[in-house]
Design a protein around this ligand. Structure first.
Ligand code: IYR
Length: 223
């Protein structure tokens, strides 16, 4: 199928303004922290819908948009998810994870208990769609992990920009989510993201971010 091309006029700014804009955006994003202590204060569905719309603006392989964002506020479903996640995590923390892994996680104070899965007003479960069924024919999507990873990053950015907090939770294995949420066989859980307001008092690990010299390498003759 051929697509038609339409004019597109990207918004541009003077260089000085771009620098300020990118500095401001960095300052905003550098304030994002993964939070494990949520308030149970409700968050309007309209807000979650908006965040999902933003995530879904992500680029994707052949524009297949191979993602589904399942937003759960139903308490019974959240309890089910918590119970299943804790069952897996108990096994993880009691033998399935290596000693080195447990050692690496120790500074973050995580354990098999996941109360946030019931406390946070919304759980957004991101699913990736490895293929689509068109007229009974199986059609693979492209660069699915890359596409869904980008969309998820944009979701986390949108959540932070809106003034809410999130947690990138990876109960493992995540197969139970497909079943609990009644997702089709072509969907695989990618990440579980509790979203909400922070609890009254939140503590986060005292960690820093790598400096530019460590994460950026320039091949630039002019500098
Ligand atoms: N999935 C487990 C363990 C865990 C693993 C990593 I890597 C983390 O950064 C955090 C937790 C859990 O959710 O507790």
């Amino acid at each position: 199928m051929e697509n038609t091309f339409i004019p597109f006029i990207p918004k541009t700014y003077p260089e000085s303004e771009m620098l300020v804009r990118s500095q401001d955006f960095y300052a905003l994003m550098d304030k994002r922290r993964t939070v494990r202590d949520f308030s149970d204060k409700p968050v309007p569905k309209a807000l979650i819908e908006q965040l999902i719309l933003t995530a879904s603006t992500a680029p994707s392989g052949a524009h297949k948009q191979p993602w589904t964002f399942c937003a759960v506020s139903d308490p019974a479903m959240k309890t089910k998810i918590r119970e299943a996640a804790e069952k897996e995590e108990y096994t993880n923390y009691h033998g399935r994870m290596s000693d080195r892994w447990l050692e690496d996680l120790a500074p973050f104070g995580t354990n098999w208990e996941k109360p946030f899965l019931e406390i946070a007003p919304w759980l957004i479960v991101v699913f990736s769609r490895s293929y689509e069924r068109v007229d009974g024919e199986k059609r693979n999507n492209y660069y699915v992990n890359e596409s869904v990873g980008i969309a998820t990053g944009m979701l986390l950015t949108a959540i932070h920009q809106a003034g809410l907090v999130s947690l990138t939770h990876t109960p493992s294995p995540m197969k139970f989510l497909q079943k609990t949420l009644g997702r089709p066989e072509n969907e695989r859980a990618f990440l579980l993201i509790p979203v909400g307001y922070p609890a009254d008092e939140v503590r986060v690990p005292d960690i820093g971010r790598k400096p530019l010299e460590e994460v950026g390498v320039f091949y630039d003759p002019s500098s």
